[in-house]
Every structure is written in structure tokens, then in C-alpha cells.
Design a protein around this ligand. Structure first.
Ligand SMILES: [Zn+2]
Length: 846
């Protein structure tokens, strides 16, 4: 009994009284008692704990159950099967009429439709939170915003319910958010600890920022590499919101940031100036007032990149809406010391709540204006296309059906209109075959997205970039394309073409043959190796008389002899067929080892492909993005299980259990001398180490490889540089992310499967290595005029021209394959993924 009294006293002392909480977030407001408050559902006040995502969704379910003014929609599921939800709130008549409101609204995005009467159309406002999972104030503000909107008796709440449909996405990244939620809650002290060094404020690797595959989802609105954004974009195009709020957190010592961002350099070149110069300023007044009312400080107009279309605050700007980035100085935990004193979680949530309400207020007050702008945006897109010299883009890779399908899917997902190319054409030396190429007319409502996919930009208003300065998706896919001055009249593509796969009919064959050019050929190879099938590859081209007539097989083609197999002929055929279907590959067969041209099937230039056994080192000090890109690539593009092992466990690894070791960019200095010796030993006995970017610096420092850095006479620093300009000067020397043309040695095993001797590569590092002294060990180096898109300083461009992109260092019987440029960047560089696959599957051929 006495124990219970004690417990009660303790509880009372740690819980902030109900009234004080309401006064903190909503002073002087009255709420309907019919709507359950967050406290009544969760059992704690918002800000006392980090709310688990299942509880957040549970509360939204409760609201939708209780109120006629709310509906909960599930738009998909994350990798870890958390539902992605959107809570829709509006007055009950609007909710009953939701589908009509939606279909009427999206007519605004189609200039071919008559202009609807916008005077009574509600504003469509999307509030989206916590895309970075460890920026949790957004998700908590989502709870309070939903509660306020449904329960507040204020005039403003009534006006918003009346004149807007509010779409609340409480967490774009639920998997990452829960990772951080558990971290913050499990380290919460009683009383909480504000010391920034406390474990609560310092997550371990990987952070909650990223999703299941360690991707930054606030870079994925354009590439759609991740399921969360695939679902989100499909949903987005069913609504075309007028306003989208994207709520983030930044460093603890910062106050609050809202748009406008820095003029020109932070802005996207295809977005109408009106967005930045007129609309942003209109909305800024609402945010300023909301934060002034509670005495919170903020800043605007300075850095914060708004240019890359893959951001959640930029994509809406290219879809006729207004995308707004908000950044709150983070308490990263329940309370943390800052230069201005202790920042509480409640304080960060309240600022996000106030700007959420201000976003809705601005959206409702500017409703008619924003509707007209939405139509004007898509209409002026068509008008601008009329002035563009390029009337159409033709694209298609005649040798890579899978890549064509992946690229087509991307265009269709972004609602870009594509038509069939109905004749064989040659443009600037590139040939585009009927049935294997497509046409995108520039004159279409999505003109600005078309430019984002195809246009190469090399002139800029400024030289400082927070992130990528180039994102031409056609180059990332390594997709052959050209502009055309006429459009053609092919039929519209609305779904991906069905594949008709070649597979040999019954017969007695000497070997089956598969070209390595197709994007998913490595998936086929992995599947058949897993089934225990013996596979060989050729280092020289040949042509063979196959069941479908004479065919050319370039270097890298797979040969599956019917002899030397453990499986029976029937089992072999069945396994090949199922793998071919799974990976979309054509399989041919021949009844003779005597080739029509080139080497025969028993040549010494044809050798067995040894099954890879891959281990990737990960953990503190390594790049979670690069590691995640590789994990995602192996899972989703090959289907190969790969051990990802923490550096701290290196002492337990017997490297001889593996033949391939991957080091994502990072610092491996925690490895002991004995461990480095084990690594050297393993390499010299035939191991393959795949090193990305800065890992090569570490290998160099350990004497494992002996390559040379490229040093050129540095451009002298200006004699005098105003203190205030120092950051801009440093920024101009960085390589934020740009695209270059490189020469590829197609005869090198790393070049197998490529048909063109020039490929685009992505670079976002100022690390420069000279090409290898061994003249045949640098399969990818830059061309003499390499810049395809993006910003680079003239001095850095000179260095690029003389340096290596991919090279191989021989170490005894083994080798290190250096990727100085990241071939798997953001899960979207389909054009250079093959280099990486080659490193894994053909490692012992170089
Ligand atoms: Zn963020």
C-alpha cells in the first residue's frame, strides 16, 4: 500500500499537468471534448516521450473512427512493413464529397481540360513530416496538428476545415523514425540529461535519418529508388497539392529556417521565377507572424538548397504547387544544451506546430490564387516547350531491354507522356530501333520534368552547391538519347511492354548462350550459380549458329556447356528457364562448339565463372549511404545474400571464407597491424578487394596499394579574401556532384556488357588518382572534354581530365579494384552498376 502511494507521488511529479501542456501548445483555445486528445490516447503529453510510429498510426485511426471530418488512407508499406498513412481532414461534407473534390482539383494540372470554377474549390494542402527519421519533432507536430484541426473551436480551425482538404503524412520515413524513437526513449534519463555528449544525443551507425536500406529519402523524389517514395509519388499524382510543407531539423545551435531560400543558386532552373519571387514571399509572412507570436527566432534567404528535384520541398515546385522546407534546430533527444540555453523537445515541436498551422492558414487565404497558379504552371510549361529548340527526345538501348523498362517506368511514374518510336532512325551517330526506342515530346504539361530527365546544365548563377549540381536521369541510366526537331505520331505508352523471351525448344545442345549486356544478366548468373550450374564466360567475342540463327556474343557473354554439369539435361534446362524468366533474359542454344566467327567454345579465352562469396565491411566510420546503396543493389537487382559485417568484428573474420571484400568509403584505421597483415596476405593469395572512393586513400596509407595521387600546381588563393566570403570560396572548390564522360576499355573484364566505349559517370569527390602505371589497368578514365552536366571549377576540371575513374591494382595473386567515382550513387546509376557487377563476378579475370 505504502509502495502504491509512493508510486503515485512519483508519477505526479514527472508528468507536466494537463493544463500547462495545453497552455504551452494552444494557450487560450477551447477544444471539443468529443475528439480524443493525444494525452488521452497515448498516456503522456506530447514532447515527454518520442512517439512510436505504431502508436502514432493508432492515434490517427482513433481520430478517423471518432470524427466524420477525418479519413485515414494507407498508401503503401515500407520495407519493414510499416503502413505509410495519410490522414485526410476537412469538414464532413467535404469528406463525403472527397472523390469529386479530388477529380475536380486535378483538372487544374491538365491544361487540356476546361478551367474549373476555382472560387469554391478547397485548397489541397499536404503536410509531410519526418522524412529524416531522426528529425522527430515533425511527427509529434503532426499529432498535435491533427488534433487541433479536428477539435479546436477557433475561427481559424473552422475556416481551414471549411476551405481546405488537409493531407497529413506524419512520417515519410517510418522505419528510420522508429529507429531514432527507440534510441531516444531507451536513453532517456529521469531527469533528462541535456549534455550534448550524452548517449541519447549521439546515435550509433546507421542513424535514424535513413530508411531500411540506409537511403536518404529526401533525395529520392526524383530517382524513386525506394519503396517509400514509389508509393508516395504514385499517391502525389492523385492529388497535385497546392502547398506541401516538408518539416526537418538542423543543428542544435540553429534557430528555425523557412523559405525563401538563397536566391538563384539555391533554386531550381526549371521552376518559374514567380514561385520564388512572389509566392514564397507571400507565404513567408504567415510563418514570420506565427513564430513572432511566440517569440521564436528564425532565419530565411540564406543557404538551404532548393535546386535538386529529388527533395521533398523541390518536387512540388515542379508539379505546380509550392514546396516549403522548414528546419528546426534539433533537441535530438528530450533536452539538449545549445548556445542559447537548453532546447527542449517540446520547444521544437511547438515551432513545427505553429508553422504547420501557418501553412494551412496561408494555403486557405491564398486558395484561389494557388489554384490559378497550378493551372498557369502546367499551361506555361506547354508554352515554354513551344520555344524550346528540342521538340522531342528519342531514347532507347537496343541491347538492353531491362534498362529500357526501368527508364520507361521512371518516366511513367512521373506522369511524363511517352510514345512509341515507329521507325528506325539515326541521330548524331546514334541509332534508335523501332520497338526498342521511344519518344518524349517536349510539348506536354510535364515539360519541366522532361527537362529534369534529359537536359544537361553546365552554366550556373553561383558556384556553391549544398548537394548535386546535376541530375540528368538519362545519363544516370547510361541511356542513349538524342534530341529531335519533330515529334512523330507513335501510339502512347501507358504500361511497360510485355517481354517475349527467346528460349530454346527441345533439342540436343552443346551449350546455352546468354549475352551479358542486359541490366539483369547478373541476376540470371547469380540464380543459376545458386542452382549449382557450371557457367563460363568469354573474354573475346564470337558468333555462333544458334537455335535462332547466327548471333554475335560479345566479351562477357555467358556459356553454359551441357557437359560438366551435375544436373541432368532436363534439370539444367528447367533451372535455366526459371532463372531466365525471373531475370528477363534471352537464352540461346547451339549444337556445335565450332563458332561461325571468332573463338570456339573450348577456347582458353573462355573460362569458368567462380561463384562470388562477398563480405562488406560496415559500421562507424564508413559511409552508410554507400554501404546501403550496395546492400540495396545486391538485394533488389541481383537477389544475392551478402554478409555485411561491422568493422569492430574484423578480428572474427576468416577472410579465406570469402573471395570478395567490399570497403565502402570510410576510415578503417581501427584495424590493427595484425589485421592489416591478414588482409594483405589474403589479397596476395588471390582475394579481391573492391574499394570505393576514400577507402583507396586508406589502402594507400597502409602500403597495400601503390598508386599515385594526381597533384597539379594549385590555383593560388586570392591575396585577400573578405572573412565573410571564406565559405563561398571554399564551396566553389568542392565538387558537389556532377556528371562526366569517361572512356571505357570494353575489352577489360570491368567493361564487359557495355556496347559503347564512352559512358557517363557521377563524381562528388575531389579525390584524384593518376591512372595506373600499368597501361591496361585503368579501364575507365575521363575523356579530354569530360564535363556533361553540373558545376566544377576550371582547376578541378583540369585534374579530372588527367585522372582515373576506375582502376585495378595488382597485389600478388589478388587485386584491388578502385572505384574513385561511386557507380551506385543513390540507387539510380544503372549505367555504371554493371562496372560494379563485373568487379564481383569477373574479379579473377583481371
Ligand atoms: Zn532533414
Amino acid at each position: 500500500m505504502q509502495k502504491n502511494i509512493l508510486l503515485l507521488i512519483l508519477l505526479v511529479s514527472v508528468i507536466i499537468p494537463v493544463k500547462a501542456q495545453k497552455d504551452y501548445y494552444f494557450p487560450g483555445e477551447t477544444f471539443s471534448s468529443e475528439i480524443p486528445s493525444p494525452y488521452s490516447y497515448l498516456g503522456y503529453h506530447i514532447g515527454e516521450w518520442h512517439t512510436r510510429y505504431d502508436r502514432l498510426v493508432g492515434y490517427f485511426e482513433k481520430l478517423a473512427e471518432t470524427s466524420d471530418m477525418a479519413e485515414l488512407h494507407t498508401i503503401g508499406h515500407t520495407n519493414q512493413l510499416r503502413p505509410q498513412v495519410v490522414l485526410i481532414i476537412s469538414k464532413d461534407q467535404n469528406i463525403q464529397n472527397l472523390e469529386n473534390i479530388r477529380t475536380n482539383h486535378i483538372k487544374l494540372a491538365d491544361p487540356n481540360q476546361p478551367m474549373p470554377d476555382v472560387s469554391n474549390m478547397p485548397a489541397i494542402i499536404n503536410l509531410a513530416y519526418s522524412v529524416h527519421g531522426n528529425e522527430p519533432s515533425g511527427g509529434e507536430a503532426a499529432i498535435l496538428t491533427a488534433y487541433w484541426l479536428l477539435a479546436s473551436q477557433s475561427d481559424l480551425a473552422k475556416e481551414i476545415r471549411e476551405n481546405a482538404v488537409i493531407l497529413i503524412d506524419p512520417a515519410i520515413n517510418p522505419d528510420g523514425r522508429d529507429r531514432h524513437t527507440n534510441w531516444a526513449n531507451m536513453h532517456k534519463g529521469f531527469p533528462p540529461v541535456a549534455d550534448p555528449l550524452d548517449r541519447e544525443h549521439n546515435e550509433i551507425w546507421p542513424s535514424g535519418r535513413v530508411n531500411h536500406y540506409w537511403f536518404d529519402l529526401n533525395r529520392d523524389w526524383l530517382p524513386l529508388a525506394q519503396v517509400e517514395l514509389q508509393n508516395k509519388i504514385a499517391w502525389y499524382h492523385t492529388w497535385y497539392p497546392n502547398v506541401v510543407g516538408d518539416f526537418h531539423e538542423m543543428g542544435t545551435n540553429s534557430t528555425y529556417f523557412f523559405e525563401p531560400t538563397k536566391p538563384f543558386s539555391s533554386e531550381n532552373p526549371v521552376v518559374p521565377r514567380k514561385n520564388y519571387e512572389e509566392i514564397n514571399s507571400k507565404f513567408a509572412t504567415y510563418f514570420a507572424k506565427a513564430l513572432d507570436d511566440i517569440g521564436s527566432l528564425y532565419w530565411t534567404k540564406e543557404v538551404f538548397d532548393n535546386s535538386y528535384p529529388g527533395y521533398g520541398s523541390t518536387y512540388p515546385d515542379i508539379q505546380g504547387g509550392l514546396g516549403l522546407v522548414f528546419e528546426q534546430g534539433s533537441s535530438r533527444g528530450h533536452i539538449q544544451s545549445s548556445q542559447r540555453g537548453d532546447i527542449t523537445f517540446q520547444f521544437t515541436i511547438r515551432n513545427q506546430l505553429k508553422t504547420s498551422i501557418a501553412t494551412m492558414e496561408g494555403g486557405v487565404k491564398e486558395r484561389v490564387y494557388m489554384h490559378r497558379y497550378l493551372r498557369e504552371f502546367f499551361q506555361t510549361g506547354v508554352n515554354e516547350a513551344g520555344r524550346d529548340r528540342a521538340k522531342a527526345y528519342v531514347f532507347g538501348d537496343e541491347f538492353d531491354e531491362s534498362k529500357n523498362r526501368l527508364f520507361l517506368k521512371l518516366l511513367l511514374d512521373h506522369k511524363i507522356k511517352v510514345i512509341e518510336n515507329e521507325s528506325d532512325i539515326t541521330l548524331r551517330g546514334k541509332s534508335f530501333k523501332q520497338g526498342k526506342s521511344w519518344i518524349v515530346a517536349t510539348s506536354q504539361p510535364q515539360y519541366r520534368m522532361v527537362r529534369s530527365m534529359f537536359e544537361k546544365v553546365t552554366t550556373f548563377a553561383d558556384s556553391v552547391f549544398y548537394d548535386a549540381s546535376s541530375w540528368t536521369m538519362a545519363l544516370a541510366y547510361g541511356m542513349p538519347y538524342a534530341t529531335q526537331t519533330a515529334v512523330g505520331s507513335g501510339s502512347k505508352v501507358s504500361t511497360l511492354p510485355t517481354q517475349i523471351l527467346d528460349f530454346p525448344t527441345d533439342g540436343k545442345f552443346v551449350a546455352y548462350l546468354v549475352d551479358w549486356t542486359d541490366y539483369y544478366a547478373p541476376k540470371f548468373l547469380h540464380h543459376i550459380q545458386k542452382a549449382g550450374i557450371h557457367v563460363e564466360t568469354t573474354s573475346l567475342p564470337f558468333s555462333s549458329n544458334t537455335d535462332k540463327g547466327p548471333r554475335e556474343f560479345p566479351a562477357g557473354s555467358l556459356i553454359i556447356p551441357t557437359a560438366f554439369q551435375k544436373l541432368s539435361h532436363e534439370e539444367l534446362k528447367a533451372a535455366l528457364m526459371s532463372s531466365a524468366k525471373e531475370s528477363g533474359q534471352h537464352v540461346y542454344a547451339t549444337t556445335t562448339g565450332f563458332s561461325a566467327k571468332g573463338i570456339d567454345l573450348g577456347s582458353n579465352n573462355i573460362s569458368a565463372v567462380q561463384q562470388p562469396k562477398v563480405l562488406m565491411l560496415i559500421g562507424q566510420g564508413t559511409s552508410q549511404y554507400e554501404a546501403g546503396e550496395i546492400w540495396h543493389l545486391m538485394d533488389t537487382k541481383v537477389g544475392m545474400p551478402m554478409a555485411k559485417v561491422d568493422i569492430s568484428l574484423f578480428g572474427r573474420i576468416n577472410l579465406y571464407d570469402y573471395n570478395t571484400l567490399i570497403l565502402p568509403s570510410g576510415n578503417y584505421s581501427s584495424l590493427s597491424t595484425a589485421q592489416v597483415t591478414h588482409l594483405k596476405d589474403w589479397l596476395s593469395r588471390g582475394g579481391t578487394l573492391i574499394s570505393l572512393r576514400t577507402s583507396s586513400q586508406w589502402l594507400q596509407s597502409q602500403g597495400i596499394v601503390e598508386e599515385e595521387y594526381l597533384t597539379m600546381e594549385e590555383k593560388k588563393s586570392p591575396e585577400s579574401l573578405p572573412f565573410a566570403s571564406r565559405r563561398d570560396f571554399a564551396g566553389a572548390q568542392a565538387i558537389g556532384g556532377s556528371i562526366y564522360l569517361a572512356k571505357l576499355d570494353k575489352t577489360h573484364p570491368l567493361g564487359f556488357g557495355y556496347r559503347n566505349a564512352e559512358i557517363p559517370v557521377y563524381r562528388n569527390t575531389t579525390l584524384f588518382f593518376k591512372p595506373s602505371k600499368n597501361p591496361s589497368n585503368t579501364p575507365v578514365k575521363y575523356t579530354s572534354e569530360p564535363l556533361l552536366g553540373g558545376y566544377i571549377s576550371p582547376a578541378n576540371l583540369e585534374k579530372v581530365k588527367q585522372s582515373a575513374s576506375v582502376m585495378v591494382s595488382t597485389v600478388g595473386q589478388g587485386r584491388v579494384i578502385h572505384f574513385i567515382d561511386n557507380p551506385n550513387f543513390r540507387g539510380t546509376w544503372f549505367g555504371t552498376n554493371k562496372l560494379f557487377f563485373n568487379a564481383i563476378f569477373f574479379r579473377d579475370k583481371m
